[in-house]
Design a protein around this ligand. Structure first.
Ligand code: MV4
Length: 508
């Protein structure tokens, strides 16, 4: 396996910069690709060279395999890192890289095929003895099959797109009479999201936790796990806050889920960084949900507690290296990450593109900000509006919460609307601090998190504040009275003026 010398990063924003940073530390040359809308994006400036791969829309640039490979050819890049999203889980792209003689830094196309189609993934997991959410292990041929299966397992059920995960085309159905319309909606959403309208069904798990396990495999058959990430703080299937260790995992659960995750990865001969997603129900049973065959957005929290640079491992394994650590890694301390978005929580999280006039990111001990923006940068509206990921580490969870609160207070971003205040509200919320929040948390607490407490609470808190202010005033008055006894009301204690020259006073 030849040594990699030059890496083309087929992505944009913070992840492109994050990957380039490790490449530079390893002495590798870097190549950026950008759309016409990203001509002045930060990642194009970080790379040693940069190539335009098409117009602004992703489907005409970042998603065009030939354009990316054309840039690899022009630049002489011998490897491509896909980041996450875009082509990162596209088996066709992996095969095209192989055909072009360019090393794809990620799993083999076969692993993507095995995990991409969700019922195929379920069949593979059932065969490997991995617990899956009760449901079908193949898409339905027609509505009558779906109706019969729902009658068998009982409502509520979850209809899901077989063509892809992430919640697209997913529909919860509580009653038989709602099944047909949900069926139609799920199929049309699945078709537009994945070009495949196949749907399958699972028993609905009520407000589960979303816990995922980082796995890593090399080309010598070794697979290990690097513990879990708690990702239940989600809004509409979009992760907002992630942390590790999970506050709900016992050491026994961690060991069991880690073993199952390794078994799942081995079952598809996994190579590279991957994530096994689990749902954990209220009885702490865990079920395989799906496998993400890519490096995840939230990988920094794992890097904080393990001390592993996951991109460095990806590059090492892509060149045939043996996993640097083969035994279970004992995580140290606690890490939390929040996703900073150019969006307005008050208008239902509408993306808020625009030009950043000033930015000062938090820093100090154990604070990391993976950012893709700068003062003067115009956040385009063609792509996901995430502008940075802020992560912290501390010895304990409470200290990590306090550090994240301090970091969020320090974050200055003007010129656009962001979700920074919303993120701070989450870190202040007693359910988050308590650690038992589930996937329904952000939806349930939406109003409170917007800082729009309900009127009754607001009135009560205003009255309490007024009473407190009155008590403070009374206390201060009493103190002044005590201090001014014998000073004729000037308030200046005789002890402080004794000995001062009268003349100075007389000059007034
Ligand atoms: C579920 C579920 C409950 N029951 N499946 C699927 C996509 C993944 N990102 C989230 N998914 C879920 N699948 C069954 N059978 C709950 C989730 C879920 C979720 C669903 C809606 C809104 C937010 C969610 C966050 C985490 C998990």
């Amino acid at each position: 396996m030849p040594r990699i010398k030059k890496v083309l990063v087929a992505n944009r924003g913070e992840i492109a910069i994050r990957v380039m940073r490790t490449c530079k530390e390893l002495g590798l040359a870097t190549v950026a690709v950008y759309s016409e809308a990203d001509r002045s994006a930060l990642h194009t400036r970080f790379a040693d060279e940069a190539y335009c791969i098409g117009p602004a829309p992703s489907r005409e640039s970042y998603l065009v395999i030939d354009n990316v490979l054309e840039a690899a050819k022009k630049s002489g890049a011998d490897a491509i890192h896909p980041g996450y999203g875009f082509l990162s889980e596209n088996a066709k792209f992996v095969r095209a890289c192989e055909k072009a003689g360019v090393t794809f830094i990620g799993p083999p196309a076969s692993a993507m095929d095995a995990m991409g189609e969700k019922t195929h993934a379920r069949r593979n997991m059932i065969k490997a003895g991995v617990p899956v959410v009760p449901g079908t292990d193949a898409p339905f041929a027609n509505f009558d099959e779906a109706k019969a299966f729902a009658a068998k397992i009982g409502f509520p059920v979850m209809l899901k797109a077989a063509g892809g995960g992430g919640g697209k085309g997913m529909r919860r159905v509580d009653r038989a009479e709602d099944l047909e319309s949900a069926w139609r909606t799920a199929k049309s959403e699945a078709m537009s999201a994945f070009g495949n309208d196949a749907v399958y069904m699972e028993k609905f798990l009520d407000q589960p936790h979303h816990v995922e396990i980082q796995v890593f495999g090399d080309t010598h058959g070794n697979v290990i796990h690097l513990n879990e990430r708690e990702c239940s703080a989600q809004r509409r299937n979009q992760k907002v806050v992630e942390e590790t260790p999970s506050p709900i995992l016992t050491p026994e659960m961690r060991a069991a889920m880690g073993e199952v995750a390794v078994r799942a990865a081995k079952a598809v001969n996994y190579v590279g960084a991957g994530t096994i997603e689990f749902l954990v129900d209220s009885k702490r049973n865990f079920y395989f949900l799906e496998m993400n065959t890519r490096l995840q957005v939230e990988h920094p929290v794992t890097e904080w507690v393990t001390g592993v640079d996951l991109v460095a491992w990806q590059l090492h394994v892509a060149q045939g290296g043996v996993l640097p650590i083969l035994k279970p890694i004992q995580p140290r301390g606690h890490s939390i990450e929040v996703r900073v978005y150019a969006e307005d929580p008050a208008t239902n999280f509408m993306p808020a593109p625009g030009t950043i006039s000033y930015v000062r990111v938090p820093s100090g001990p154990y604070v990391r900000d993976d950012s893709g923006v700068y003062a003067g940068y115009r956040v385009p509206n063609f792509y996901d509006p995430m502008i940075s990921k802020l992560s912290v580490w501390a010895p304990t969870r409470m200290e990590a919460i306090l550090k994240m609160r301090r970091a969020l207070d320090e974050y200055v971003l003007t010129g656009i609307t962001t979700n920074l205040r919303y993120l701070k509200q989450i870190l202040m919320h007693q359910e988050f601090v308590g650690g038992n929040y589930d996937t329904g948390f952000l939806g349930r607490e939406h109003q409170k998190l917007l800082g729009e407490e309900d009127p009754a609470l607001t009135r009560a808190s205003m009255i309490a504040a007024a009473v407190r202010a009155h008590q403070r005033a009374e206390k201060a008055q009493a103190q002044i009275a005590k201090n001014t006894a014998g000073t004729g009301g000037s308030g200046i204690s005789p002890w402080r003026t004794a000995g001062r020259r009268q003349a100075a006073w007389g000059k007034r």
